[in-house]
Design a protein around this ligand. Structure first.
Ligand SMILES: CC(C)(COP(=O)(O)OP(=O)(O)OC[C@H]1O[C@@H](n2cnc3c(N)ncnc32)[C@H](O)[C@@H]1OP(=O)(O)O)[C@@H](O)C(=O)NCCC(=O)NCCS
Length: 516
């Protein structure tokens, strides 16, 4: 980012002040609360007017990861002592150089030993805004591929390595070792829960799964719209919007971070119930209320199928759900963050995410991969079928990925889950996968096309009795946790997302023809 060369601009003209401060004797928890309430990314630790340390959001993640006792540990134990600083009359470009060189996101501004302000990457981005846009626009690839548009501590994808993570943990390891409630806690609160935190979290979310009576009443009407093949995500979109109105959600700018967090819990908890109720109503069945005793995944299958699932089916679906909670800055996550950046309410941002996910290029393939297996039928027909399809220019469903140019780690994990479940479809899928990769390597050399998440997702869900029309909705039910984590993060450090476009129409201004 060579974006901060505004002639004559000094740090004083862009710094934030007054600064959010704390005493070294205060606890980490007190500082975290202050950061959250004041919606800032750091606190400067002071003795009188003098800065003696700094604690940032990044430190908070480090502290959470270390499992520290934040309500007892004092800031002096965790802060960066004697932080570098800049003077208020320094050029903005020098402050930028200092931030960029050291990887800092915040530097105290100090004149004669006295703290007078704080300059952050965010302040510098404000200056970057007034750059002429032509150059920036010309550099942007279509589809924003590879463009970094935000900082996030929620997670990331490393496509070349075939690795993705939620906060600091491998998402696949989490899916192998933890429950979805634990991972939800990790994403919302920044740390995996200990035993008592887990109990508290489960107690908090269980009652939130219930659909309010006023919304329950309108579900049959929504499920009756659009005939039997109305897309479930469209019905979900409608009812999440209704939930937001019913629960009195307001722009997050007008509510406290705690209230926004509670709204996030509510929407994530209720989405599986809404999906199952709409599915059952659509097929002439009575909706089933959430089960008091069942955890997330088992309850999801129970509300869909009407009976308590086999434990290995519940666990397999849970692993799928965990593996799809978040996946970098994909289209629906970006959409949710853009909507949040306007200050709009949480339901608006989730509805936007669902809208983006409903497009076939994003959320729409797991049932198509299974349709392909059905169309092939038996192993001996695989090679000619796949060859014909690729030669015709068709895409093999469940193969290829924009980011992964090696094995998609989710497909590797789900292949294992499918093998554990067993069954004839799994054997056929493995045989077709082998052939498909050979055919793609032969007919599309150098394109690095491997199995993606959707291929085995379909097999796992089918084996666990999830109907095909519920595949993408199942994906949505866990992805809403990821969107909401991003919504909370965006709100905690917001800047309106408002890019520019390169105008490519006829040269303006043309004379407006007279109306006649
Ligand atoms: C996921 C997907 C959209 C990513 O596409 P992308 O990164 O934009 O890749 P491109 O469209 O640039 O494709 C690059 C080349 O690989 C080919 N290709 C990509 N995926 C393919 C597939 N599944 N089957 C056959 N060929 C494929 C393209 O035809 C193209 O070939 P070309 O160079 O001869 O034109 C794409 O791989 C796809 O359509 N897969 C099938 C649908 C699917 O499984 N979706 C779920 C994704 S999780």
């Amino acid at each position: 980012m060579a974006a901060t060369q505004v002639p004559g601009a000094t740090v004083a003209s862009i710094m934030s002040h007054p600064v959010v401060t704390a005493a070294a004797t205060e606890t980490v928890a007190e500082a975290a609360t202050r950061m959250r309430d004041r919606r800032v990314g750091s606190v400067v630790v002071v003795e009188g007017d003098k800065p003696v340390g700094i604690l940032t959001e990044r430190d908070m993640i480090r502290i959470a990861a270390a499992g520290a006792d934040t309500s007892n540990d004092s800031l002096s134990e965790w802060m960066t002592a004697n932080p570098d600083s800049v003077a208020s009359d320094e050029a903005v470009s020098d402050a930028f150089a200092s931030l960029a060189e050291h990887g800092y996101r915040h530097i105290p501004v100090v004149d004669d030993g006295v703290l007078v302000g704080l300059v952050s990457m965010r302040d510098l981005m404000k200056i970057a805004q007034i750059q002429p846009v032509e150059r920036a626009a010309a550099e942007m690839p279509k589809g924003l591929e590879g463009v970094v548009v935000a900082d996030t501590a929620v997670g990331d994808v490393r496509g070349q390595e075939g690795f993705y993570h939620y906060r600091q943990y491998s998402a696949v390891d989490l899916a192998e070792k933890r429950t979805i409630e634990d991972v939800w806690h990790l994403l919302f609160n920044g740390a995996l829960p200990n035993v008592s935190e887990r109990d508290d979290f489960i107690k908090a979310i269980r009652p939130l799964r219930t659909v309010p009576d006023e919304v329950k009443e309108i579900l049959p009407g929504v499920a009756g719209l659009g005939g039997t093949d109305a897309p479930p995500l469209d019905m979900l979109r409608t009812t999440v919007s209704t939930m937001g109105v019913d629960l009195g959600f307001r722009p997050w700018l007008d509510i406290s971070p705690e209230e926004l967090y509670q709204q996030g819990l509510r929407i994530c908890a209720v989405v599986p119930t809404l999906l199952c109720a709409l599915y059952r109503l659509k097929h002439g069945m009575e909706p089933i209320d959430p089960h008091d005793k069942l955890p997330y995944a088992a309850n999801y299958l129970y509300m869909m199928q009407g009976e308590e699932p086999e434990p290995d089916h519940a666990r397999a679906v849970e692993q799928y759900l965990i593996s799809t909670i978040d996946h970098g800055f994909n289209a629906s996550t970006f959409t949710a963050r853009v909507i949040t950046s306007t200050g709009a309410d949480l339901a608006a941002a989730v509805v936007g995410g669902i809208g983006a996910l409903s497009g076939p290029l994003h959320g729409g393939a797991p049932s198509r991969a299974l349709d392909m297996l059905d169309a092939i039928g038996t192993e001996d027909k695989a090679e000619p079928w796949l060859r014909d399809a690729v030669e015709r220019g068709d895409r093999l469903m469940g193969f290829g990925h924009r980011v992964y140019k090696t094995d998609d780690p989710r497909s590797v994990m789900l292949r294992g889950v499918a093998e554990r479940l067993g069954g004839p479809k799994v054997d056929l899928a493995k045989a077709i996968e082998r052939k498909a990769i050979e055919v793609l390597a032969d007919l599309k050399p150098g394109r690095q096309l491997y199995t993606n998440v959707e291929f085995y997702a379909g097999i796992v869900m089918d084996t666990c009795g999830v109907p095909r029309e519920m595949f993408t909705p199942t994906f949505a039910s866990s992805r809403v946790i990821g969107w909401t984590s991003h919504i909370l993060e965006q709100a905690a450090d917001n800047r309106l997302i408002r890019p520019s476009a390169n105008y490519s129409g006829p040269p303006p201004p043309q004379p407006v023809p007279d109306a006649n």
